[in-house]
Write a protein that binds this ligand. Structure first.
Ligand code: DGL
Length: 281
Protein backbone atom coordinates (compact mmCIF):
# COMPACT_ATOMS: atom_id res chain seq x y z
CA UNK A 1 0.00 0.00 0.00
CA UNK A 2 1.34 3.43 -0.97
CA UNK A 3 0.49 5.98 1.76
CA UNK A 4 0.69 9.54 0.43
CA UNK A 5 0.31 10.99 3.92
CA UNK A 6 1.98 8.42 6.13
CA UNK A 7 2.18 10.27 9.47
CA UNK A 8 -0.23 8.28 11.62
CA UNK A 9 -2.35 9.90 14.30
CA UNK A 10 -1.33 13.33 13.11
CA UNK A 11 -3.13 16.22 14.80
CA UNK A 12 -4.34 19.32 13.04
CA UNK A 13 -7.28 21.53 12.06
CA UNK A 14 -10.52 20.50 10.40
CA UNK A 15 -10.29 21.24 6.67
CA UNK A 16 -13.35 22.74 4.99
CA UNK A 17 -13.35 22.74 1.21
CA UNK A 18 -15.60 24.47 -1.28
CA UNK A 19 -15.37 25.36 -4.94
CA UNK A 20 -15.50 29.00 -3.89
CA UNK A 21 -17.14 31.22 -1.29
CA UNK A 22 -20.34 29.30 -0.67
CA UNK A 23 -18.77 26.87 1.77
CA UNK A 24 -18.30 29.81 4.10
CA UNK A 25 -22.01 29.41 4.97
CA UNK A 26 -21.23 25.86 6.11
CA UNK A 27 -18.02 26.89 7.89
CA UNK A 28 -19.98 29.59 9.69
CA UNK A 29 -22.49 27.03 10.98
CA UNK A 30 -19.73 24.64 12.06
CA UNK A 31 -17.64 27.28 13.82
CA UNK A 32 -20.70 28.68 15.54
CA UNK A 33 -21.44 25.27 17.06
CA UNK A 34 -17.83 24.17 17.64
CA UNK A 35 -15.70 27.30 18.13
CA UNK A 36 -13.07 25.37 20.09
CA UNK A 37 -11.48 23.62 17.10
CA UNK A 38 -8.96 24.95 14.60
CA UNK A 39 -10.08 25.20 10.97
CA UNK A 40 -8.60 25.69 7.52
CA UNK A 41 -10.92 26.87 4.75
CA UNK A 42 -9.90 26.30 1.14
CA UNK A 43 -11.85 27.87 -1.72
CA UNK A 44 -10.96 26.88 -5.28
CA UNK A 45 -12.22 30.26 -6.48
CA UNK A 46 -10.01 30.25 -9.56
CA UNK A 47 -11.90 27.25 -10.96
CA UNK A 48 -15.39 27.86 -9.53
CA UNK A 49 -18.16 27.22 -10.25
CA UNK A 50 -18.08 23.43 -10.19
CA UNK A 51 -21.86 23.14 -10.66
CA UNK A 52 -21.80 22.62 -14.42
CA UNK A 53 -18.57 20.59 -14.63
CA UNK A 54 -18.38 16.87 -15.47
CA UNK A 55 -17.95 14.09 -12.92
CA UNK A 56 -14.33 13.49 -13.92
CA UNK A 57 -13.32 17.12 -13.60
CA UNK A 58 -15.10 17.66 -10.28
CA UNK A 59 -13.41 14.50 -8.94
CA UNK A 60 -9.99 15.61 -10.15
CA UNK A 61 -10.31 19.14 -8.71
CA UNK A 62 -11.80 17.93 -5.43
CA UNK A 63 -9.10 15.31 -4.92
CA UNK A 64 -6.43 17.97 -5.49
CA UNK A 65 -8.08 20.15 -2.85
CA UNK A 66 -8.33 17.28 -0.37
CA UNK A 67 -4.65 16.46 -0.87
CA UNK A 68 -3.80 20.12 -0.29
CA UNK A 69 -5.72 20.17 2.99
CA UNK A 70 -4.04 16.91 4.04
CA UNK A 71 -0.65 18.42 3.26
CA UNK A 72 -1.60 21.40 5.47
CA UNK A 73 -2.07 18.93 8.31
CA UNK A 74 -5.84 18.31 8.38
CA UNK A 75 -6.76 14.82 9.60
CA UNK A 76 -10.41 15.43 8.68
CA UNK A 77 -11.80 17.27 5.64
CA UNK A 78 -15.40 18.35 5.08
CA UNK A 79 -16.50 18.78 1.48
CA UNK A 80 -18.79 21.74 2.12
CA UNK A 81 -19.65 21.86 -1.57
CA UNK A 82 -22.76 19.91 -2.61
CA UNK A 83 -21.47 19.42 -6.13
CA UNK A 84 -18.16 17.99 -4.89
CA UNK A 85 -19.99 15.84 -2.33
CA UNK A 86 -22.31 14.55 -5.06
CA UNK A 87 -19.67 13.85 -7.66
CA UNK A 88 -16.42 13.12 -5.84
CA UNK A 89 -16.94 12.04 -2.23
CA UNK A 90 -17.71 8.38 -2.78
CA UNK A 91 -14.72 7.83 -5.07
CA UNK A 92 -12.41 9.63 -2.65
CA UNK A 93 -13.70 7.55 0.27
CA UNK A 94 -13.62 4.24 -1.55
CA UNK A 95 -10.80 4.52 -4.06
CA UNK A 96 -8.37 7.07 -2.69
CA UNK A 97 -8.32 7.10 1.11
CA UNK A 98 -7.87 3.37 1.81
CA UNK A 99 -4.76 3.23 -0.37
CA UNK A 100 -3.17 6.67 0.02
CA UNK A 101 -4.31 8.23 3.29
CA UNK A 102 -5.82 5.49 5.46
CA UNK A 103 -5.57 7.56 8.64
CA UNK A 104 -7.55 10.56 7.24
CA UNK A 105 -11.26 11.05 6.75
CA UNK A 106 -13.32 13.02 4.23
CA UNK A 107 -17.02 13.75 4.86
CA UNK A 108 -19.63 15.45 2.70
CA UNK A 109 -22.87 17.39 3.10
CA UNK A 110 -25.41 15.23 1.27
CA UNK A 111 -25.84 12.34 3.67
CA UNK A 112 -26.31 14.55 6.79
CA UNK A 113 -28.84 16.70 4.94
CA UNK A 114 -30.70 13.63 3.68
CA UNK A 115 -30.86 12.21 7.21
CA UNK A 116 -32.39 15.34 8.67
CA UNK A 117 -34.84 16.12 5.91
CA UNK A 118 -36.57 12.76 6.19
CA UNK A 119 -37.30 13.59 9.83
CA UNK A 120 -38.47 17.14 9.10
CA UNK A 121 -40.85 16.20 6.30
CA UNK A 122 -44.32 14.99 7.28
CA UNK A 123 -45.60 14.26 3.78
CA UNK A 124 -42.28 12.63 2.79
CA UNK A 125 -42.54 14.63 -0.42
CA UNK A 126 -39.23 16.47 -0.57
CA UNK A 127 -37.94 19.04 -3.04
CA UNK A 128 -34.29 19.80 -3.79
CA UNK A 129 -32.98 23.05 -5.22
CA UNK A 130 -29.33 22.78 -6.29
CA UNK A 131 -26.82 23.18 -9.08
CA UNK A 132 -27.24 21.31 -12.33
CA UNK A 133 -24.43 18.92 -11.33
CA UNK A 134 -25.99 18.00 -7.99
CA UNK A 135 -29.46 17.51 -9.50
CA UNK A 136 -28.17 15.42 -12.41
CA UNK A 137 -26.17 13.20 -10.04
CA UNK A 138 -29.48 12.32 -8.28
CA UNK A 139 -27.44 12.02 -5.08
CA UNK A 140 -30.13 13.52 -2.85
CA UNK A 141 -32.86 11.38 -4.40
CA UNK A 142 -30.83 8.18 -4.03
CA UNK A 143 -29.70 8.95 -0.49
CA UNK A 144 -33.12 10.02 0.81
CA UNK A 145 -34.98 7.14 -0.84
CA UNK A 146 -32.45 4.70 0.64
CA UNK A 147 -32.86 6.14 4.14
CA UNK A 148 -36.64 6.66 3.90
CA UNK A 149 -38.18 4.08 1.56
CA UNK A 150 -41.40 5.44 0.08
CA UNK A 151 -40.24 9.06 0.16
CA UNK A 152 -40.70 11.04 -3.04
CA UNK A 153 -37.87 13.36 -4.03
CA UNK A 154 -37.88 15.79 -6.94
CA UNK A 155 -35.15 18.24 -7.85
CA UNK A 156 -34.80 21.48 -9.75
CA UNK A 157 -31.53 22.88 -11.04
CA UNK A 158 -31.18 26.65 -10.58
CA UNK A 159 -28.21 27.55 -12.79
CA UNK A 160 -28.61 31.30 -12.28
CA UNK A 161 -28.68 31.32 -8.50
CA UNK A 162 -24.93 30.87 -7.89
CA UNK A 163 -23.97 33.62 -10.38
CA UNK A 164 -26.51 35.94 -8.72
CA UNK A 165 -24.80 35.43 -5.38
CA UNK A 166 -21.25 35.50 -6.75
CA UNK A 167 -22.00 38.82 -8.47
CA UNK A 168 -23.60 40.39 -5.43
CA UNK A 169 -27.01 40.53 -7.10
CA UNK A 170 -28.73 38.26 -4.58
CA UNK A 171 -30.65 41.05 -2.85
CA UNK A 172 -31.36 43.09 -6.00
CA UNK A 173 -34.73 43.16 -7.84
CA UNK A 174 -33.28 41.21 -10.80
CA UNK A 175 -32.87 38.13 -8.64
CA UNK A 176 -36.62 37.87 -8.02
CA UNK A 177 -37.39 36.47 -11.46
CA UNK A 178 -34.89 33.60 -11.19
CA UNK A 179 -35.74 32.72 -7.61
CA UNK A 180 -39.48 32.60 -8.33
CA UNK A 181 -38.87 30.62 -11.54
CA UNK A 182 -36.80 27.94 -9.74
CA UNK A 183 -39.33 27.52 -6.94
CA UNK A 184 -42.32 27.46 -9.31
CA UNK A 185 -40.67 24.80 -11.47
CA UNK A 186 -39.89 22.66 -8.44
CA UNK A 187 -43.38 22.87 -6.98
CA UNK A 188 -44.97 22.18 -10.38
CA UNK A 189 -43.32 18.74 -10.26
CA UNK A 190 -45.02 17.71 -7.00
CA UNK A 191 -47.77 19.65 -5.24
CA UNK A 192 -47.33 17.64 -2.01
CA UNK A 193 -43.82 18.91 -1.25
CA UNK A 194 -43.66 20.12 2.36
CA UNK A 195 -39.87 20.42 2.72
CA UNK A 196 -37.26 21.92 0.41
CA UNK A 197 -33.51 21.34 0.71
CA UNK A 198 -31.43 24.34 -0.26
CA UNK A 199 -28.82 21.96 -1.64
CA UNK A 200 -26.18 24.48 -2.56
CA UNK A 201 -23.84 26.43 -0.34
CA UNK A 202 -24.80 29.77 -1.88
CA UNK A 203 -28.56 29.60 -1.44
CA UNK A 204 -28.79 30.82 2.18
CA UNK A 205 -27.86 34.24 0.82
CA UNK A 206 -31.01 34.20 -1.31
CA UNK A 207 -33.13 33.25 1.69
CA UNK A 208 -35.18 36.47 1.83
CA UNK A 209 -36.31 36.03 -1.75
CA UNK A 210 -36.80 32.28 -1.40
CA UNK A 211 -39.11 32.89 1.57
CA UNK A 212 -40.98 35.51 -0.48
CA UNK A 213 -41.80 33.07 -3.30
CA UNK A 214 -42.24 29.86 -1.34
CA UNK A 215 -45.66 29.02 0.17
CA UNK A 216 -45.53 29.55 3.95
CA UNK A 217 -46.42 25.93 4.79
CA UNK A 218 -43.19 24.64 3.21
CA UNK A 219 -40.13 24.17 5.41
CA UNK A 220 -36.86 25.40 3.97
CA UNK A 221 -33.72 23.52 4.93
CA UNK A 222 -30.44 25.45 4.62
CA UNK A 223 -27.49 23.25 5.52
CA UNK A 224 -25.01 25.04 7.82
CA UNK A 225 -26.74 24.25 11.10
CA UNK A 226 -27.46 20.61 10.24
CA UNK A 227 -23.97 19.90 8.91
CA UNK A 228 -22.59 21.32 12.16
CA UNK A 229 -24.87 19.06 14.22
CA UNK A 230 -23.89 16.06 12.16
CA UNK A 231 -20.17 16.82 12.48
CA UNK A 232 -20.50 17.26 16.21
CA UNK A 233 -22.23 13.90 16.40
CA UNK A 234 -19.53 12.31 14.21
CA UNK A 235 -16.75 13.60 16.47
CA UNK A 236 -18.65 12.39 19.55
CA UNK A 237 -18.86 8.91 18.03
CA UNK A 238 -15.25 8.93 16.76
CA UNK A 239 -13.15 9.84 19.79
CA UNK A 240 -9.98 8.78 18.00
CA UNK A 241 -10.58 11.51 15.38
CA UNK A 242 -11.85 14.08 17.88
CA UNK A 243 -8.60 13.75 19.84
CA UNK A 244 -6.63 14.52 16.68
CA UNK A 245 -8.36 17.87 16.02
CA UNK A 246 -6.37 20.73 17.51
CA UNK A 247 -8.19 23.19 19.72
CA UNK A 248 -7.18 26.81 19.41
CA UNK A 249 -10.29 28.40 17.90
CA UNK A 250 -8.33 29.60 14.86
CA UNK A 251 -9.37 29.71 11.22
CA UNK A 252 -6.99 30.09 8.28
CA UNK A 253 -8.31 30.88 4.82
CA UNK A 254 -6.77 29.86 1.50
CA UNK A 255 -7.96 30.69 -2.00
CA UNK A 256 -6.72 29.74 -5.46
CA UNK A 257 -7.80 33.20 -6.74
CA UNK A 258 -6.72 36.67 -5.71
CA UNK A 259 -6.59 37.58 -2.04
CA UNK A 260 -8.36 40.90 -2.63
CA UNK A 261 -11.27 39.26 -4.39
CA UNK A 262 -11.65 36.67 -1.67
CA UNK A 263 -11.52 39.25 1.11
CA UNK A 264 -14.24 41.36 -0.51
CA UNK A 265 -16.64 38.50 -1.14
CA UNK A 266 -15.93 36.59 2.06
CA UNK A 267 -17.24 39.63 3.84
CA UNK A 268 -20.66 39.10 2.22
CA UNK A 269 -20.81 35.50 3.43
CA UNK A 270 -19.27 35.89 6.88
CA UNK A 271 -20.00 39.55 7.74
CA UNK A 272 -16.41 39.93 8.92
CA UNK A 273 -13.02 40.78 7.46
CA UNK A 274 -10.72 37.79 7.07
CA UNK A 275 -7.06 37.37 6.21
CA UNK A 276 -6.48 34.99 3.33
CA UNK A 277 -3.50 33.42 1.57
CA UNK A 278 -3.32 32.60 -2.10
CA UNK A 279 -2.34 29.04 -2.89
CA UNK A 280 -2.12 26.56 -5.74
CA UNK A 281 -3.55 23.07 -5.55
N1 DGL B 1 -20.51 25.12 -3.79
C1 DGL B 1 -21.36 24.65 -4.86
C2 DGL B 1 -22.44 23.72 -4.32
O1 DGL B 1 -22.74 23.70 -3.13
C3 DGL B 1 -21.99 25.79 -5.61
C4 DGL B 1 -21.03 26.60 -6.41
C5 DGL B 1 -20.47 25.86 -7.60
O2 DGL B 1 -21.22 25.54 -8.54
O3 DGL B 1 -19.28 25.62 -7.58
O4 DGL B 1 -22.99 22.98 -5.09
Amino acid sequence: MQADFPVPNLSGPIGVFDSGFGGLTILDGIRHKMPQYDYIYLGDNARAPYGTRSFDVVYEFTLQAVKKLFSLGCPLVILACNTASAKALRSIQQQYLPFHAPDRRVLGVIRPTAEVVGVLSKSKHIGVLATEGTIKSESYKLEIEKLYPGATVVGQACPMWVPLVENNEFDKPGADYFVKDGIDKLLAQDSQIDTIILGCTHYPLLMQKIVKYCPGNIQLVPQGHYIAESLEDYLRRHGEMDRRITRGGSCQYFTTESRTKFRESANVFLHEEVEVERTTI
